[in-house]
Write a protein that binds this ligand. Structure first.
Ligand code: AMP
Ligand code: ZN
Length: 305
């Protein structure tokens, strides 16, 4: 098999793009796509990268250092206190940040707020119940990512969400008739200074998960390949949708990118929906709740009893 770009020995087939590539040309192809799609959101701005230790966000950190080093301000890791997971993730993140010479901030939920996700999952904190752990995790991550970026004065935060994540979220929101959520699903969400919201950028929005995995392997990017200890028993709905799209992809190689192209067209035809946003009376960050207490402050209140 010959590389479509350099004529060397190809080992990678990108069926949706009708390309056969050698490892070098594959990496260049991915890097060029990211540069082309993302430059306009990054150029002349400073960002923090939210790194979880997983392959996507570790690849984002590597790519930012390689493609847009002048816009990379620092990396940060939130220690959520997930047993057998957070410690390992922290090690991997520290290892990559120091080898790339990127400043790393580590924020420990337990040290900052006196509780962690294990406390919630195991019911050690008053009122908190086990089934709430995944929701609490999502709220805590979203909140702290914004807070860290906002308070450090960077333009925004970059996450590791990839094309598969975006396609899965699109399909889930469509099937759940939650169309207004689709309006916020984008590679780039600008900051809203009045609401103390920093910008959000998904650097891998146009890169499929399989491509991220290949890229990380070729570039020897270290990452933690483990599941969250609290994903047990019933398969999360997202995973079901992901499997469905993977199955479709076998016959329709471009399906995931086509879903994202469909989303872009759909959003052009949708009315921008104004929903009220308030500032939380406790912490000053945004909330849609008219009672003006954000979800994060509610969790803090709940665990303290
Ligand atoms: P997830 O919600 O776990 O799918 O993660 C989505 C993105 O959020 C990741 O790609 C990271 O950019 C970021 N992220 C998740 N967990 C953490 C963490 N513990 N610390 C910093 N960033 C995180
Ligand atoms: Zn609050």
């Amino acid at each position: 098999m010959k590389c479509s770009l350099c004529g060397g020995e190809a080992t990678i087939k990108l069926v949706y793009a009708n390309l056969k590539l050698c490892e070098d040309c594959f990496c260049t192809y991915i890097e060029n796509r990211i540069k082309k799609k993302m430059r306009k959101f990054i150029h002349g701005r400073k960002y923090a990268v939210a790194v979880s230790g997983g392959k996507d966000s570790m690849t984002v950190l590597y790519l930012m250092k390689k493609l847009f080093p002048e816009s990379l301000s620092f990396a940060f890791f939130i220690d959520l206190g997930l047993p057998g997971f957070s410690q390992e993730a922290r090690k991997k993140v520290s290892q990559l940040a120091s080898s790339l010479e990127v400043p790393l901030k580590i924020l420990s939920l337990k040290e900052e707020y006196g509780f962690d996700l294990a406390d919630i999952a195991e019911g050690r904190v008053r009122k908190a119940r086990k089934k709430k752990v995944c929701r609490a995790c999502a709220v805590v991550k979203r909140y702290l990512m914004n807070k860290v970026a906002w308070e450090s004065g960077v333009h925004g935060v970059i996450t590791g969400h990839n094309a598969d994540d975006a396609a899965v979220t699109t399909v889930m929101n469509l099937f759940n008739i939650e169309f207004e959520r689709l309006l916020h699903l984008a590679p780039y969400n600008p900051p809203i200074p009045d609401l103390h919201l920093s910008a959000k950028l998904k650097l891998l929005y146009h890169v499929r998960e399989e491509e991220v995995r290949l890229y990380a392997g070729i570039r020897k990017i270290p990452y933690l390949d483990a599941k969250c200890p609290y994903v047990q028993g019933r398969e999360p709905t997202q995973h079901l949708y992901k499997r469905m799209l993977d199955t479709l992809e076998e016959r329709m190689p471009e399906i995931k990118l086509r879903i994202l192209a469909m989303l872009k067209e759909l959003k052009k035809r949708m009315e921008p929906e104004e929903f009220p946003q308030y500032l939380c009376e406790r912490c000053g960050f945004p909330t849609v709740n008219p009672k003006k207490i954000c979800n994060f402050c509610r969790i803090v209140e709940e665990v303290k009893g």
